[in-house]
Unconditional design. Sequence first.
Length: 309
Amino acid sequence: MKQFSRNQKLSWIAALGAALGLAAASFRLPGGDDLYRYYLPFIQGCFDCGYVPYFAQWTLAALRLLPDYPLAWPIWTLVSVVGFLTLAYVTEVNPFLLLISFPMLGQVWLGQVDVLVALGLALFLFGKNPYLRGMGLILALTKPQLTGLPILFGLLLESPRLWPKLLLAPVLTMTLSLFIYGPDWPMRWIANSTAGLPVHVWRLASMDIWRFGLFLAPLPLFFRGKRERLLSGLLVSALATPFYGVYSYVVFLLFDVKWWMALLSYAWLLGFFLWREEAMRLAWVLPVGMLLEMGIVEWKRRAKGVHSP
């Protein structure tokens, strides 16, 4: 059992209060648009309704247990909030700052499913059994635009002798999906995602900056620690793909959240009175700021000859 300091205990008490507030609000307010419009129809067989890989029908299977509208979103909100709190305990970040960050509010309001992606990354990073870690990769790849790059660079830090064990579950899953959904499903998924994915305010930040963010793609190789490389990969992905919603920023905040990061997640609101919702295109300042801090810390660490854990 972990021993908490007084400040950590206060953070957890505040986080539990915030969690109860979010859960209670979901029973009273309208929301869950993405859950009802995309994910529930997807797991029911409408592949063109969702924009995740077809094998995500298996990773999102828990959604089949949800009751019908209007209770599906409140119940999923409760599951998601409890899930993120549990993962915050594992990653040892401040749970209160995580829950009050803007991406977390977006995650809850839309009924997004990134808690499963985050669970997969946590299994991959902290798991001891390589086969279980490989199963974590399947969960994480529910949204490959978020996790593909950090997983690739993370594997490079693993012993090549572990790769067959780590990749067994993903390879079997991909092979089975080709038999079940047809060998052309990846092309159908990509075509649907690139042509049909709606352009909404949550994607504006990545759509504006991704062409510049591509130049940052090799940056995770600068970091030697597994956690740092995974986190930097997530941050670079937020800047280097046009399919990264601001609500998914909660995934990288799960691995590092400080008071200024939670505050910076709301920085786009400074332009709200000029551009209204389109001011969210400025939200990329959060991953940029976090990358700058990580780079400075790593640079100082190397200058002192200290290696990342």
